[in-house]
Design a protein around this ligand. Structure first.
Ligand SMILES: Cc1cc2nc3c(=O)[nH]c(=O)nc-3n(C[C@H](O)[C@H](O)[C@H](O)COP(=O)(O)OP(=O)(O)OC[C@H]3O[C@@H](n4cnc5c(N)ncnc54)[C@H](O)[C@@H]3O)c2cc1C
Length: 413
């Protein structure tokens, strides 16, 4: 066993005895570790047995969605009485999910990261009061609908979904006397098919600024199409969304989103979550590979006893340790209120680069079995590619860092 199971009885032991080489989990409180232990037990018993089959089918195992929500991981009661849930706990929660499966981590953070951040940053105080409790208990499920078919990396300047305010025909004027009309399309939106609302970013034709709207998934004019044929994150469902003359009331507009600057503030928080996912994926692939090379015999000895294999194990561990150190420090900084584009861009870019190397090495040391779902590294290897590209590609994050370093923006528009 690589990791110690953390049932209530075994809390003295470490959660991550190998992958967390420098013991970052020491930063967690006993209560936080207890909640993560509950999550570990659930993932090991309920989720893991389903992963290979559902990955191959390209479906999400909906039967674990409700029990996972019922674990109450976003703001667990254990943590809210005297010590609120802290960034480091949120990070390790993502790490634990991604260490089991990247789709599970992406599915959970679509609500707990993307949608929650959209509400936290974009909603007015009054709107937050109404919506946030429902976001936390998943009774209002939402997704982040930013990317468009023709605009991915250049979304800031290129976003072309439109929002037009129309006054009521009875002559009512102003925000309460009419509604918004949205037209356009969104692509890649994770979890849209099971969401209650789509948080849609659209450009107001009146002032040219980007605004955000909570659109009922079943509203007239909204159509969703599943993106088929994915070779990465197959369990996670992504949608192509078309918006045709969709009406939204002013009350469902996020009142604190008045330009793309407000969207960028959301992305800062979300990119650090993805860096935690990239770190967790590495841990999952590494642990599976290590277990395999200790068992598998060639030339009369275990694979793990060969020098060349050990060098690969050491590189994987180095990558994971560097990634964890990065995300832990970034999360600490954010806990002090320091949020800068270049900081989360650096963490997302660097952990993703290391993730790509780690999962490739893990796949390599498992040999031919490394491309089958049974050995438990192929899933991580394939899923890493989507994580590498979403929430800002390598190049876009590098350009954000380059701009901070030189003062010169290399974006072409
Ligand atoms: C599985 C998955 C889930 C996703 N979930 C969501 C979601 O829930 N919500 C959402 O809004 N979006 C989501 N996305 C979209 C994601 O954020 C975009 O895929 C990403 O921003 C890249 O955009 P693109 O795919 O259009 O690539 P493009 O922008 O077309 O880029 C293609 C390539 O060109 C490079 N490139 C582009 N511009 C430059 C430049 N100026 N200099 C150098 N290189 C450049 C890019 O780095 C990339 O390598 C998801 C994507 C995936 C794959």
């Amino acid at each position: 066993m690589l990791t110690t199971t953390t049932t209530e009885a075994g809390l003295g032991a470490r959660l991550y005895s190998v992958a967390d080489w420098y013991d970052a989990e020491a930063l967690l409180t006993t209560e936080e570790r207890r909640v993560l232990g509950r999550l570990r037990d659930f993932l090991d018993t309920e989720a893991k047995p389903l992963l290979a089959e559902y990955w191959e089918r390209g479906e999400f195992p909906e039967q674990i969605a409700r029990p996972l929500i019922d674990l109450d991981l976003m703001e667990p009661a254990d943590l809210t009485v005297e010590a609120p849930a802290r960034g480091i706990y949120h990070g390790f929660r993502i790490f634990e999910l991604a260490r089991t499966d990247a789709s599970l981590a992406t599915w959970y953070t679509a609500q707990a990261g993307l949608f929650r951040t959209a509400i936290r940053v974009g909603a007015s105080e009054e709107q937050q009061k109404e919506w946030m409790p429902k976001v936390i208990d998943f009774s209002l499920k939402g997704v982040f609908s930013l990317t468009e078919p023709d605009h991915g990396s250049d979304i800031a300047g290129g976003l072309s979904t439109t929002a037009r305010f129309e006054n009521d025909s009875d002559g009512g004027a102003g925000p309460d006397g009419g509604s918004w009309v949205l037209d356009g399309a969104k692509r890649w939106i994770g979890g849209a098919s099971t969401a209650d609302v789509l948080c849609v970013f659209a450009r107001d034709v009146a002032d040219g600024q980007v605004k955000a709207f909570l659109v009922d998934r079943t509203a007239a004019g909204v159509s969703l199409e599943k993106i088929h044929g994915k070779t990465s994150l197959r369990m996670m469902q992504n949608a192509h969304i078309t918006l045709n003359n969709v009406r939204v009331t002013e009350g469902m507009r996020l009142h604190n989103v008045n330009s793309f600057k407000d969207v960028a503030a959301m992305l800062r928080a979300m990119r650090s979550d993805v860096a935690w996912i990239a770190t967790g994926i590495q841990a999952g692939a590494f642990e599976a590979a290590l277990s395999y090379v200790k068992e598998r015999q060639q030339f009369g000895r275990s694979l793990g006893s060969f020098q060349l294999v050990q060098e690969k194990l050491a590189r994987m561990l180095g990558n994971i340790t560097a990634s964890l150190s990065l995300v832990v420090r970034l999360t600490e900084q954010q806990g002090w209120g320091i949020y800068r584009d270049q900081d989360s861009a650096l963490a997302k870019m660097q952990t993703s680069l290391m993730m790509r190397e780690t999962v490739a090495l893990a796949r390599e040391v498992v040999g031919g079995n490394g491309i089958t779902l049974a050995a438990d590294v192929a899933r991580f290897h394939a899923d890493a590619e989507a994580v590498y590209s979403y929430e800002g590609t390598h190049e876009i994050n590098a350009l954000i860092i380059g701009r901070a370093l030189t003062g010169a923006s290399a974006f072409t528009s």
